[in-house]
Each structure stands twice: as structure tokens, then as C-alpha cells.
Design a protein around this ligand. Sequence first.
Ligand code: ZN
Ligand code: ZN
Ligand code: FE
Length: 745
Amino acid sequence: MELCTYKIIIKGVVQGVGFRPFIYTLAKQFSFNGYVYNGNFGVAIVLNATQDEVETFITNIKKEQPPLASIESIEYAQVKQESFDDFTIKESASSEVGFTNIPPDLFVCKDCAHELFDPKDRRYRYPFITCTNCGVRYSIINNLPYDRANTSMAKFTMCKACEAEYSDPDNRRYHAQPIGCYDCGSSLSFLDNNQAQLSSGNREPIALSIEALKQGAIVAIKGVGGYHLVCDATNDVAVQKLRERKHRSSKPFALMLKDIQSAQKLAYINDQEAQLLSSPQRPIVLLDKKNDTDLSKSVAPHLSRLGIFLAYTPLHLLLLDALDVPLVATSANISDDPIATNIEELRLMSGVYDFILDHNREILNRCDDSVVMVIESRIITIRRARGYAPASLKLPYPLQENALAVGAHQKNSVAIGSEESVVLSPYIGDLGNIASIKSFERAIKDLQRVYNFNYTTILHDAHKGYDSTRYARAQDAHKKEVYHHYAHILSVMAENGLKNQKVLGVAFDGTGFGEDATLWGGEFLVCDYAGFERVAHLKPFLLLGGEAAIKEPRRVALALLFDIYGKEALEIESPTLSSFSKEELKTLYTMWKRGLNAPQTSSMGRVFDAIASLLGISQTISFEGESGMLLEEFYDETTSGVYEYDVSRGIIDISPMIISLTKESDTKIAVTKFFNTVVKIIVNIHRNYKNLQLCASGGVFQNRILVKLLLKEFPDLFMNERFPPNDGGIALGQMASFMNIPKGS
Ligand code: ZN
Ligand code: ZN
Ligand code: FE
């Protein structure tokens, strides 16, 4: 058969994962002549073969692909005849356009970890050891194609030994862009809290950090996508000091551990959770805490859950190898600001840490730790960042135009989209202050730069007060606003690849601007990609004092009591009322009566808050979702029962539940019946839309009791899994509202 010239294009995560040497070796086995190269779109192969050979070759590529690769598509076509003497790896071409998947930052591979602790290896204890199969990627990429010159490794000139490995197609470090060694790569420094350098090199800074951590110091340690604040998790004084300095009263701290065995000492871990912990993505996994550990009580006060991740850089491994205690490793930021990525940003919080363990490989793309949990064998992503970002998603239909989606306000994440591809930025953080807005703008620029991307339409939330909306409205582009809860449901539809169809969406979250200009959050929407109809929702109540009611669940509870009993509510015996002074109660009553500084909401998130207050579980909260987490602690699967509620014309009135619940003497029974009631509400509303698939989204669906119970009723429930159900998924939903839906579908 005659040989023709074919071009094969492979899309997906195919750069920075050892794909070209893999193709090289495979092509040699087939005795093909031609070449392989990286382009903006992915990997391309040009070779001479028969059509049958090309097809077998493609089958083998799919079967044998490198461990970190993930192929989205392979296409081939016959091109102009050429002749070649050999098969070669060509330098990258950057002239071709399109999205390519950028490889995420991954953990040290087995081979590198082995070399790290092998005294005979030339990279023995070198804290930046890496190869083609592991290490940093996204966080160090300036622009595509992914070549060393386009990364923050550009300033490090390889020594002869590294160069030789880099140029040898048979070497594990062939074209591994971030490689280096003691002679030529990145190095560490150890600084005090005035940023004065105390030591540099690759050995002493580690030894000094270990000593400091042993003494109970807080050390800011530069990781992959930002700095961590680290201290000994078994040292009460150190952990408490970190809480005070970081102004973080009770939100749990994540723990960094050496290996799965150390994790098993602290938490109950099933197979799926163990797999996640040890995966190359190394996310923080939320787990059930064991009792009687030597952890400080201040790590996760009042909660039976722990966030744990395993060391994900060689540097972390070296530290934990010497320390052998669990370490608190929390993002270096103030409250929910973006994580610090350089020494200047760290300077703004110099009172928080005692020392810095720094290095000179620049972080170009900020990337916080990812957070996941497993509920009934579904993996729920709470924060999508390091290890996963930026990964793209294929939409069920192409976009109308190139678009930028700016997300919402809290847990912001942005997205760019072209044709059927969407790329989401990693988690940015809560907007609302100058630092976070800067970081938001930077994330947009990063995506545009890295992907060489321009947009003509900008998609934003309908809330005019959000910083993201303000940014969108100031840009010179077509604008489209997307209602918050509609975006939540669309994110589920898009993530699950649903074709255009009507679904029943249940969007339960804390807040979001609705069509009637009130705050929504307990919504049932019948929707498809073209639009939505609000078919049912919680009966609105008042947020006494606006923002203040979000920090103080007791204000929401009080409003619900006023709605039921009017002024008589003031005579009720309730933990909610006894938490206020007489004066405060009087003021709040007036506020309720006149509707002053008391916006209306139908938020389910706020109902969770109110229940926690009415049952005396918490009157004020220090982080979002705290009351939901506390309620989980009281759920008792050995009891049952539900409360009454009314539905009329799609308005769900929970007053009957509030009345009975406040009379319940056992908190566990009350909480359990509350969860059962929320699920029953969903089941009941769905009865009217029996032929529609149920899609659930919104921050409330991070509550594992609720999700567990709901999955029992709806085993086929569509939810967010790879993308967060909280506002971190809004940008994806905004994108999904902007697709070209074929007529008649
Ligand atoms: Zn490796
Ligand atoms: Zn070297
Ligand atoms: Fe939301």
C-alpha cells in the first residue's frame, strides 16, 4: 500500500506530561518517518504511513498514553505529500490558534521521590526535584506553548548534566521544563519576619525551618501556587497563636501530613478518600476526625471533620520527613483574601508569621489548595484550584462568541470560552476589597495571556453591587447578565453534559440577586439553556440589619419568630431571644415592623443559620457555612420524623416547622427532623415535575447530611462534582447561558 503524509492532532492534557517522547518512542516502533511538535492547540504529528497504520497508531496512542495525559480528541487528515529521513521531535510552533489544556501542578512522582531520599543520587534531598511525569506546571507558565523559555524557569540556565537529561529522548527528564539541580536550579532562603535573610542555599534553610517549627514558631512556606502559614498541629500554643494573628476564630485549619499512614492515625479514611489523598493532585480532603489524637483542640474546634492533605512538593516531603508531626498548613492570607504569592504580598501580613522559608522560582499563576469531599461515593469539589486548575470543560453546544464570564462575588472564579471549550481559572477568593479585586483582574489577564485569548462578550451576575459586575460593565464588550441561581443550575447541566431539555433545578444557597430585585436562595427553577421560570421558593423573610444578619444567625431566627408571633415573640423562651439584651430586642422589633434596613430574602442558607440559633447551637458565626457544619454534628440517623410546612402557589412556608422545632426538647431529634424536612420539601416540589430531571446546586449542597439524604431519594441526582456547587461554579453557569442552541432542541 502507498504511503501518504498524514497530520494527527491530539487535544487534551498533552503538554508537559511527557507526550512528545512517548509519541517519539511509539513512532519508532512503527518505523514511521516524520515529526511531532507542541502547538497552541495540543500536540501534532506529521508522518508517512498507510491509513490502516495511522489508525492502529492512534489506537495505541489511546491505549498507552503517559500517566498524566488526558486525551480529549484525536483527529487526522491527509496533507500535502512530504518525505522524511527519520522521526524527530521538533521545536514548538506557536503560530497555530486554539485552546490547549495546560497541565496542572502535580505531586512528585515515585521515581523522583525515590531519588530524593537516595544518598547516591545527584539530586539527593534537592527540594525542587522533578521530571516529565511530575511537579509544577500551571503555576509557573507565563504563556504557551509550554516550553522552558515561557516559564519562570527561563532565568535558570541548565548545567551540563541537566542539559544532557533534558535533550535525551530516552531520559525521564527529556524536555521536563522545570528541571534543575543543586548547580543550576532554584534554591531556598530563610528570612525573619522583617524579611531579613538569615540563611540561603538548599540545606540550611530547611534545617532552620524545622528547628523553628519544633520551637512552636509560625513559618510562611512558599509552596506551588502560594505561601502556606505552617505550624506544629500538636502544639496548642502555636495553633492558638496562629488563630489570633490570622484573626480566624474557629474556621478549621487544614493539616499537611507526610503520608497516608499518618492520615489514618487522625481520621477515618475509606478507599475512595485514600485514593484522593494520594492522587497526584493532592487536594485537601475533608474527613471524619478520630478521637484521642494528639492534635491541638484549636485545629478544628467544635467539629468532627478535618481537612487533610499529603505533602505535595519535595520541599514539603523533606520538612515532614524530619519533623514527623502533623502540620497546620493554611493559606497565607487574611480571612478569605487571595493567597499570597510573593514576598511583597507576604509583607502585608508580617505580624502573622515568625519566619519565611522562601525560594526563587516565581509563582506566575496564583493557585490555592483544592478542597474536596466524598459523599456516598460522589466526589464534591468545594474549591477547585491547585492540581485541577486550569482544566477545560467541553460544553454541549458551541458558544455564540468568544466570551469571558466573571462569576459572582464570593469564592470567585472566572472563565474564558471559545466554541465548545471553557477554561476556568482556579479559585480566586472573595471579592470586596482592593487586594482581591486586583487578584481577580490579574486572573483574567493571566488567562488571556496564557491562552492568547480575546473575547467579544462578557457575562456577569445580575447583582449590580458585585465587584465582578462593576468590572464587567466597565469593559468595552457586549454584556449579558445572568441570574445567579439560574447560573448555578446551568453549571450542573453543563458539567453533566446535558443536552437542551427542561430540568427542575433546586438552587439553595446564601444569597443572590433575583428577578424581583430581592435576595433569593431557596429556589426551584424549571429551566433549560434558553431561560428559566421560578416555580417555587421559600416564603421570604427579613434580614434584620442587612449584612449583620449574615454574621448573626440569631437575627434571622428572630425575624422568623416575629413573622409567626408578631410582638408576642418577645415573650418566648428561646436561646435566640436570650442572646440579645432587652434594648437590642426592642430595636430589632422596630426594624422588623417597619422593614428598616431589613432586605427580603428567600435564602435556604439563612434558614440553616436560623435553625442553629433557635436550637441554641450558634448565635453568631465566624465563617460562611459554619451553622450548616455545626448542624451536621447533631444529625442522628437512629431517629426519624419530619416537620409540617405549607406550600401554596409555589410559596413554601416553613412556619409550622419553626413552631414545632422550637418546642422540641432534644436537639438531635430537632436537627434530624429539620434535615428530613428539607429533603421532603424537594421531594414534594419534584412531584409536580415528575418527568423532569432534578439538578441541585448552590452552597447549601456542600452539606453532607443534606446531600446524603437527597441521594437516597434521587440516586440519579445531577449535581456539581468536578466544579464547586458554591459560587466558584457560577462562571461556568454563566458561560452555559451563552451557547448556540440548535433550533428544535
Ligand atoms: Zn518525577
Ligand atoms: Zn543542573
Ligand atoms: Fe450562590
